[in-house]
Each structure stands twice: as structure tokens, then as C-alpha cells.
Design a protein around this ligand. Structure first.
Ligand code: URA
Length: 233
């Protein structure tokens, strides 16, 4: 938590956290980004999406999912009666990797405290992870998205228990009709998960804890060795 924000309400803490993150020096992407893309949407959202990393347009505008993948995400949201403003959207990495290359493990580790704190402040009921990177990070399981999409599970992130729902990344579905169909089908299950429908969440899967949010610091502390066991790759 940013220093001096202890007495604030959670939405104000989130705002302060975003301002703190805007100057993040914690990995090499600080040298190449235009700006930090912290996240956007309702600070008390019941539904949160976690993508991979900002692309060109996000880096320019400072807002996640503003390109073609974002348009698809907005269409899918509309089909379940929601708008962007009803949800919170963030990424595993807050800064664009040069040339939109894949996130690297040390970048994910350096950025993870921001995501954990976002989740702890928003306390969403459901987190839909978009694609492999966010799914592997937040489940702590190396199983790929093709295997685990559409399977909801309880996880604990920091001190927050959420229903995690892995789905395909909209960018991957844009040009692959079969994947789009699966993404649409999975998406239609989100309202039931938000409503806590009985039987929607795989009961046998144990909760997975990833590192708790760190204390306030300008430079985030190195993540514990346990992070290396997340099996991202
Ligand atoms: N893809 C992502 O994963 N995140 C964005 O913000 C945009 C595209």
C-alpha cells in the first residue's frame, strides 16, 4: 500500500496505488514504455479481467484493451448485459514489452505485487483470466489455457478469495473462429458465476495462495522464492 493511504477507502487506495505505479522502476520495461497502464474500470467491480500486457495502443493511451481485442471484449461483455464501466480490467504486466514480445519471468515477478494489491483492493467475486499468462500466474499451475479454459476454481490471492475463471484471450480468438466460439460459450457462464450459482465452481480444487501484497515501498521488494514455483512456462 502506498504510504499515507491507510485511512482511505479502498477505491481511493486503488487510485493512490495507480499513481504510485505510474513511476514504477522495477523492471527493464520502465526504459521502453510510454507510460504505465495500471488498469481501468469500476474500483468495486464484482468482475475483473486480467490480460497479458499492454500493446501499442494501450501504451499510447494508458488504458488496457483499447485495440481490436478490447473491442471484442466489449462486445462479449455487452452480450451478457455488462459494459466496460461495470468491470475492472488489468494486465499481468503494466508496461508494454517492446514489439509486443511475451512477458519474461522476471518482469512478471517484478510486476506481480501491483496485481495482487489491485485484487486485494477491488475484491472482485470473479476474476476472468484471459489467456495463458494470467491463468498460470493466478492459478499457480502450469496447465495451459486450452486445457483449463471454462473450468472455474476457488483461489486465494494475497488475502482475497475469488472465483477464478480462465478463458481464451480475445486477441487469440480474433482470427480463429473455433476459438471465438469457445470464448463466447465460456463468457456466457460468467453471469452464473457472478451470481454464485451452485455447482459452477469446481469444488475439489484446493485454493492456491500467491504472495500477499507487500508493505508500502517505492521500490518493491524482490518476490519470495516461492514465486519461482508458479510454473509460468
Ligand atoms: N492484450 C492484453 O493482454 N492486454 C491489453 O491491454 C491489450 C491487449
Amino acid at each position: 500500500m502506498a504510504a499515507g493511504t491507510e485511512s482511505l477507502a479502498a477505491p481511493d487506495k486503488l487510485q493512490a496505488l495507480g499513481e504510485h505505479a505510474a513511476a514504477c522502476p522495477n523492471c527493464r520495461l520502465a526504459d521502453t514504455r510510454t507510460q504505465v497502464v495500471f488498469g481501468s474500470g469500476a474500483p468495486t467491480a464484482q468482475l475483473m479481467f486480467v490480460g497479458e500486457a499492454p500493446g501499442f495502443h494501450e501504451d499510447q493511451q494508458g488504458v488496457p484493451f483499447v485495440g481490436a481485442a478490447g473491442k471484442l471484449l466489449e462486445r462479449l461483455l455487452g452480450e451478457i448485459g455488462l459494459a466496460r464501466a461495470d468491470v475492472y480490467i488489468a494486465n499481468v504486466l503494466k508496461c508494454r514489452p517492446p514489439g509486443n514480445r511475451d512477458p519474461q519471468l522476471d518482469e512478471i515477478e517484478a510486476c506481480q505485487p501491483w496485481l495482487v494489491q489491485q485484487i486485494e483492493l477491488i475484491r472482485p467475486r470473479v476474476i476472468a483470466t484471459l489467456g495463458n499468462f494470467s491463468t498460470k500466474l493466478l492459478t499457480g499451475n502450469p496447465a495451459g489455457i486450452t486445457r483449463v479454459h471454462g473450468v472455474a476454481q476457488d483461489v486465494v490471492v494475497g488475502s482475497t478469495r475469488v472465483v477464478l475463471f480462465p478463458i481464451y484471450h480475445p486477441a487469440a480468438a480474433l482470427y480463429t473462429p473455433a476459438m471465438l466460439k469457445v470464448l463466447e460459450e465460456d463468457f456466457r457462464r460468467i453471469p452464473a458465476l457472478l451470481g454464485g450459482a451452485e455447482g459452477s465452481v469446481a469444488p475439489a480444487v484446493p485454493a492456491v495462495a500467491i504472495m500477499p501484497a507487500p508493505p508500502a515501498a517505492t521500490t518493491m521488494p524482490a518476490p519470495p522464492a516461492a514465486t519461482a514455483q508458479l510454473g509460468l512456462f
